[in-house]
Design a binder for this molecule. Structure first.
Ligand code: PMP
Ligand code: GLU
Length: 397
């Protein structure tokens, strides 16, 4: 008999975290690796948020919190939803968790029965598929591709829906592609879903503030579908708070209650100090967030110009998040004389071995032609990475 459960044996390891760990390991051995695999802002958390956390410790916020989060934090989240997204939620519809990752697994475990189908427009964030599998749901991939700007169409979605469809999960701005749905596109998707009363939407909006195409649009803004949307957000990306661990949902009350019950058996409420800091993040000025977005925008343009200079790469201009997802399939089948590139995973490993750049292969996101690179790193490192990548790829014939 195995020591470990089938559940954990069958669970796919997070590719983003695995590649980041590999990069760290090499760095510890003295290799000068440029880490473009992990998606996290390289900025410090804004000072006023840090100050709020320090004050929380001094003010004695050291006890367990309500499972769903402090009431005044949930009120601040409702105010944020109203102010920034035009969404009406009440505090009993909000559940605060230990990162958006936990917010999503809460929802998946609370809503998906074994055999239920969960639609994932591909490319999708790695963890969605693993979470669905953990709940014994069935992943139904909707392939898009660079030619379609990585966007699912309403018709494609309609064709994928069956009586077993329970959830659709997507992010806009998207990880890994940086694609952003327009309001009209979201409206069309919402209309399809509205016609299928058992189908719910998990709208992952964690990259809301890193959007270069204009105003962020939430699918829950359409009243005819709002009671079937779980809006997910968090502080990791927009406020440079990855290590603090805070995510949240706005959801129909029954789903929020279920998530509270689930979380009550797993982790309880997230860190009390983080929650107090989150109130400052949500209630106070977005100026530092906007500054970070502007820096990401400049880096995006820099990376796109570096990639445009490398033969064999088909680029896509991301409109949000901090990733480029580039078609590098032209290198599949090529060799440098010793290594033959059989697939996109081989190419990602070749780039690590030869150029010392860690990336994430698209296969992990449901796309076998592209490679994801995070540009949430300094311009100097990006320029160096561009140089190394060009040299390494030029050796493949
Ligand atoms: N959703 C997406 C699309 C992400 O890229 C991430 C990144 N970690 C998360 C959710 C989870 O974020 P966190 O748990 O740090 O809030
Ligand atoms: N979401 C980030 C990424 O995709 C962080 C790592 C993770 O949680 O997967 O790289």
């Amino acid at each position: 008999m195995n020591v470990l459960s089938d559940r954990i044996i069958n669970l796919t390891e997070s590719a983003t975290l695995r590649m980041a760990a590999l990069a760290r390991e090499l760095q510890q051995k003295g290799v000068n690796v440029i880490n473009l695999s992990l998606g996290e802002p390289d900025f410090q958390t804004p000072q006023h948020i840090k100050d709020a956390a320090k004050k929380a410790i001094d003010d004695g916020y050291t006890f367990y919190t309500p499972v769903s989060g402090y009431l005044d934090l949930r009120q601040a989240i409702c105010a944020k939803f109203k102010r920034e997204n035009g969404l009406d939620y009440t505090p009993d519809q909000i559940v605060v968790s230990t990162g958006a990752k936990q917010s999503i697994i809460n929802v998946v475990l609370c809503m998906v029965n074994p055999g239920d189908e969960v639609i994932l427009p591909a490319p999708y964030w790695v963890s969605y598929a693993a979470m669905v599998e953990l709940a014994e749901g069935k992943v139904v991939e909707l392939p898009t591709g660079i030619e379609k700007n990585f966007k699912m169409t309403a018709q494609q979605l309609e064709a994928a829906i069956t009586p077993k469809s329970k959830l659709i999960i997507f992010s806009s701005p998207s990880n890994p592609t940086g694609m952003v749905y327009t309001k009209d596109e979201l409206h069309d998707i919402a209309k399809v879903i509205a016609a299928h009363p058992n189908l719910y939407i998990v709208s992952d909006e964690i990259y809301e503030h890193i959007n270069y195409s204009g105003k962020h649009e939430s699918i829950a803004q359409f009243d005819f579908v709002k009671d079937r949307v779980i809006t997910v957000n968090g502080l990791s990306k927009g406020f440079a708070m990855t290590g603090w661990r805070l995510g949240y949902i706005g959801a129909p009350v029954a789903i929020a209650k279920a998530c509270d019950k689930m979380q009550g058996q797993f982790t309880s409420g997230t860190c009390s100090i983080t929650q107090r800091a989150a109130i400052a993040a949500l209630n106070e000025s977005l100026a530092p967030t906007i500054e970070m977005r502007e820096a990401f925008h400049r880096r995006r343009d820099l990376v796109l110009s570096l990639l445009a200079d490398i033969p064999g790469i088909k680029g896509y201009t991301p409109e949000g998040a901090f990733y480029v997802f580039s078609d590098m399939s032209s290198f599949i089948g090529k060799t440098d004389g010793t290594t033959t590139i059989k697939d996109i995973d081989d190419l990602s490993m070749y780039i690590l071995d030869k150029a010392y750049i860690s990336t994430v292969a698209g296969s992990q996101f449901g796309d076998d032609q592209c490679i994801r690179m995070s540009y949430a790193t300094s311009e100097d490192k990006l320029i160096e990475a561009g140089k190394r990548l060009k040299e390494a790829l030029a050796q493949l014939k």
